[in-house]
Design a protein around this ligand. Sequence first.
Ligand code: ACO
Length: 345
Amino acid sequence: MAGTRHAAITGWGMAMPDRILTNADLAEMVETSDEWIVSRTGIRERRIAGTQDTTTSLSVGAARQALDRAGITADEIDLIIVGTCTPDQFLVSQACLVQAELGGTAGAFDLGAACSGFVYALATGSQFVQTGLHNRVLVIGVDTLTRFVDYTDRTTCVLFGDGAGAVVLEATDEERGLLSTVLGADGAGNKHLYIPGWGAFVPESAELFPEYRPYLQMNGNEVFRFAVRVMGDAAAEAVEQAGLSFADVDMLIPHQANLRIIDAAARRLDLPRDKVWVNVDRYGNTSAASVPIALCEAEAAGKLAEGDNLVFVAFGGGLSWAAGVVRWGTEGVCRDPACRSRRGR
Ligand code: ACO
């Protein structure tokens, strides 16, 4: 609705590690094959953080691109939110580590919702802008989950890659940015996808906690069934909540975990393949980074136009899910320096 404050996406950026791990490379490490991985997941290769890459360095790479694209500097940002489940350290927050590199004194905090983290963070950041508390928010989705992958476990090691994506949100009176938000979680499902250890919980003894291993544990079949259900349901609910029909959707930007899961979500919304952005073949599951990376690539391919309705949808550990309709474009965003003074409208 014009006249109401909205949070347009005015900048976007992504950063990927250089190192590529192909299915052929994995077939030399565990008993698997390119044929199995492609037919069950759609993944052909993924990017793996090298020793020079950190969650901070990838975040900063994506954030700098997003700030440049928005034409603003870090000290014009009011708030930094980082959606991640693989921060470089637990004290301090990933957001503060990013700010140390970017500069500025914006508020900074992390948000943990595993692979749904970016969409949760986008919803949170948009609220700060919509309420009028802030004018410009930097939202980052980043993960380096391969640091927690057991490369002797073929059921998980073929799935994940690393990367970062970021967006800048700015206030506008036009109907841009998030038009609807669907957030959900099934905490009881935490046992289907988790990383034991690396938290404050200490088992009384190793015998009492035989699963105590610092590697990602996953019940793939349970997660698959859950994902097919919630990706379709959450996306459909977001479209309905925005007052739109499936025919109004210009592009689905889904979490990239498995091509079969993406296809199921697209079928639910009745969308042809050319209205679904897919890059899981090149990056695998980059967790919280996957939606903003897909957004950047769809934009770079010339697929997004002012006023388009995009559906973001993600699922992940928690078990969690998140979806929203984003109206693309920057109409009504103030470019006059007078209304760009920090924390003033
Ligand atoms: N190569 C070859 N064979 C394999 C591999 C592999 N990499 N992995 C498993 N197999 C075998 C299994 O051992 C099994 O063999 P068996 O029948 O002899 O026991 C067979 O293949 C079938 O295994 P399934 O698990 O039934 O295969 P499925 O078709 O379900 O695919 C997969 C498994 C790809 C993991 C799928 O369940 C899936 O994608 N689940 C969702 C996972 C996911 O998206 N997780 C990320 C969540 S996001 C986050 O927050 C981190």
